[in-house]
Write a protein that binds this ligand. Structure first.
Ligand code: GMT
Length: 380
């Protein structure tokens, strides 16, 4: 199939899923066209069957707000026509579904059918989509999509509840490439000393450091763990709460035990160096970062929110707590780290969950079958 993919190409779970999906589909022989304002950050540019089309927005002096959504719609229609796309798959409802709708209409006026699928990722529904200034257009974009998928049952249900949507929404959960995300013992032996000395536990957090991730809770939890055990913390990612987090490490006297490594390309290698992930988010519609860690045999101490319980079975392949309960999360982390046999059992269960339910080899065919259904359906 020839598939156009649009996403936010910068740091963020929806962009990661869209890019990894494109890479996996291209490897299975599909022709993939990314239509985004900059190259998706996980693309190397060397992948076969992947093409990149930049959306550039001209900044005419009259435009206080350059019309990106229109430039995107125009580019989508152009790419679809020039490359005979079978469908568009947009990730994150706002504004991508509305731009895709315009592109579909532009092509329909020329007698060409271009169905589009919207994948909902979370904040497009649970935060941004609930803003009154976006809600009606978000609902409209979703209703008008030829197909809609959500990354968890929780998000599907919230979309129906919050936006009053009644149409079908297919649940296709986040996935991970289990060959790429795994623990390579030799690499761990070589690289782990960069972040932790022998005898020290290594905890990790990976996010875009937005308030919803509660990075300050990560620091608070780690401070308690570091009081009880020799431990270090690796923080991967960057975003608005990074400086507050750095300040807190200084105030708590743990700055020398915490490494802020910023945005990284090979997160698979860094995650695999760690013993335990901390993901104390206010909300996660799925929690891709925890899945990536679990595939690397790193269980997560996380919050019981959104779609996280669809991934983490508390006490089996990780631990779940209430949002903000940093004392219990720290106690849970200390208890697992102090019992190596328990940690190993959880690490194996985490890897097994990733392998048995969320490997790309299981999830990508679900997208392929869904694409076939949507392409075969009559035009709306
Ligand atoms: O988590 C973020 O802030 C980024 C956001 C996005 O859309 O880029 O992530 C969402 O999508 C991920 C991939 O589908 C999910 O794994 C995350 O749980 C979800 N984040 C939230 O719901 C807060």
């Amino acid at each position: 199939m020839k598939i156009g993919i649009t996403c936010y190409p910068t740091y963020g779970g929806s962009g990661v899923v869209a890019t990894e999906l494109g890479i996996e589909l291209a490897a299975r022989g599909h022709e993939i066209h990314f239509i985004t304002y900059s190259p998706p950050f996980r693309l190397t540019g060397r992948e076969a069957n992947i093409h990149y089309h930049e959306v550039s927005v001209s900044n005419y002096p009259l435009f206080e707000y350059p019309p990106y959504d229109l430039a995107l719609a125009t580019r989508m229609a152009e790419v679809a026509e020039f490359h005979s796309l079978d469908l568009l798959h947009v990730h994150y409802a706002i504004p991508h579904s509305v731009s895709a709708l315009l592109a579909r209409q532009m092509l329909a006026a020329r007698g060409r059918h271009l169905p589009f699928i919207t994948t909902l990722h979370g904040t497009d529904i649970t935060l941004v989509g609930l803003d009154r200034s976006y809600l009606p257009i978000t609902r409209f974009g979703i209703d008008e999509s030829d197909g809609v998928t959500a990354i968890s049952s929780h998000l599907r249900d919230k979309t129906r509840e919050n936006l009053g949507i009644t149409r079908d929404i297919e649940v296709i959960r986040n996935f991970v490439n289990c060959d790429f995300y795994q623990r390579d013992a030799a690499l761990v032996a070589q690289q782990r000393p960069r972040f932790a000395n022998a005898g020290e536990h290594l905890l990790v957090h990976l996010s875009n450091f937005r308030p919803v991730k509660r990075v300050l809770d990560v620091i608070e939890i780690f401070a308690r763990v570091a009081q009880a055990l020799p431990a270090r913390l690796l923080l991967i990612g960057d975003g608005p709460d990074r400086s507050a987090a750095e300040f807190l490490t200084m105030r708590l006297g743990i700055a020398d035990r915490v490494d802020f490594v910023g945005k990284q390309e090979n997160v698979n290698e860094l995650l695999a160096l760690s013993d335990l992930m901390l993901m104390p988010s206010e909300m996660e519609s799925f929690g891709l970062a925890a899945l990536e860690a679990m595939a690397c045999r790193v269980p997560a101490v996380a919050t019981r929110v959104g779609g996280v319980p669809e991934l983490i079975d508390s006490g089996v392949n990780g631990l779940l707590f209430d949002v903000g309960d940093v004392d219990s999360m720290a106690a849970g982390a200390i208890s697992i780290l102090s019992d190596p046999a328990h940690l190993q059992t959880m690490a194996s269960a985490a890897r097994r969950t990733a392998q048995d339910h969320f490997c790309s080899s299981r999830i990508i065919p679900l997208y392929e079958r869904y694409y076939e259904r949507i392409v075969a359906a009559p035009a709306r």
